[in-house]
Design a binder for this molecule. Structure first.
Ligand code: DC
Length: 241
């Protein structure tokens, strides 16, 4: 017997490659979780914070005044952006003028200055267009601050990943110490709280929970448990569609 139209639609819905959007505050583990989820689904993963950081790095190199939002937008348009999947076949990395800037963008100076760059409307418009192009064909997990609300408001699945500032600072402190680096819990927590304020009080595309996002508080969960939970929810949502 031929399958009914409804059954066919359900099967097509399950096969189609989805756009999975994820937002949340700094240091909550979005990249770790996003990569695990993408890998399990055979999708690609991109951390859009890298794009803002890459532009910040470039602006600092060129001596662009970070208070000049028009100059920052011009630089965003001038840069030749490219994106390449790394050897893990999951993670998509940002290249600036053909250069892999993964190392350069990890520095403290770039991190601190990136919120200025991310508050320039022309920069956000340009990067949003690039992000939409990357997700056009689906099969992607994209994380950032405004992916569920602004870049892909119609994403197939939306996640808001949260954890208390204390817990995020504890994780970061542990991580740095495990790498043999010095880490002071209080100053890390203060820096996280400051980033939260910058991200959520920004005039343009601030960090906020989309009404239809699945909110997961990971304070008492391991990141693997969070990824498991998301995969289960995605699979349930697909069955219901
Ligand atoms: O996630 P991150 O710390 O690497 O992000 C770097 C900066 O970019 C930070 O200031 C937040 C900002 N950002 C943003 O405004 N929108 C995004 N979609 C991703 C990051």
């Amino acid at each position: 017997m031929a399958p009914s139209a409804a059954a066919e639609r359900r099967t097509a819905g399950r096969r189609r490659k989805l756009v999975i959007a994820m937002d949340g505050p700094a240091g909550v583990g979005k990249s770790t979780v996003g990569r695990v989820v993408a890998k399990a689904l055979g999708y690609r993963f991109i951390n859009t914070g890298e794009m803002y950081r890459a532009l910040t790095w470039r602006a600092l190199e060129e001596g662009v005044d970070l208070g000049d939002q028009r100059a920052l937008a011009r630089l965003a348009r001038q840069v030749r952006w490219s994106f390449k999947t790394t050897a893990d076949r999951v993670t998509v990395r940002t290249f600036v003028d053909g250069r892999n800037v993964a190392k350069q963008i990890q520095g403290e100076r770039v991190g601190k200055n990136s919120s200025k760059v991310a508050s320039a409307p022309g920069v956000r418009r340009h990067l949003r267009a690039l992000q939409r192009r990357l997700g056009r064909d689906g099969g992607i997990v994209m994380e950032g601050r405004d992916i569920t609300t602004n870049v892909f408001p119609d994403a197939d699945f939306k996640i808001f990943l949260d954890a208390s500032a204390d817990e995020r600072a504890r994780r970061r402190t542990r991580q740095l110490r495990a790498q043999g680096k010095k880490a002071d819990f209080r100053s890390i927590r203060d820096a996280i709280a400051a980033r939260d304020r910058q991200d959520s009080q920004r005039k343009i595309n601030p960090l906020r929970q989309a009404a239809d996002a699945v909110v997961i508080d990971s304070s008492d969960m391991s990141l693997n448990e969070v990824a498991e939970c998301i995969l289960k929810r995605i699979s349930q949502a697909r069955q219901e569609r």
